[in-house]
Ligand binder design. Sequence first.
Ligand SMILES: [Fe+2]
Length: 135
Amino acid sequence: MAYTWSKDLETGNSLIDSQHQQLIKAINDLLSACATGQGRDTLHQTLDFLVSYTSKHFGDEERLQQQYQYPDYPNHKNLHDKFKVFVQDLATQMKASGPTTTLVSKVTFGVGDWLVNHIKREDTKVAAFIREKQH
Ligand SMILES: [Fe+2]
């Protein structure tokens, strides 16, 4: 089942929102590939994208938090760092054992659920803080 973009995922920051949409789209593309039996073939591409794009996206978010002196920055950065290790580890597993179905589901639901929860719980707090500071 695909992840749907909803109001509660919106931070109101257009750069961050568009990057979040790209990330969710990558997971949804993998899910649609799974629906037609192409999941394992698509996994390589999805992981390549996730490794590079999460790193870019987190960098952009972290710069924004530093710029506005977001007080929970160290904790937020720590969550990002852990997740980068998780994604990197999935890529390493794929190199070692190939695109297994277990790995496909770790990417779809492991990565997908983390992203959605992180956006809802953490990124919306950052966006609210920035909005407050701008006023
Ligand atoms: Fe974040």
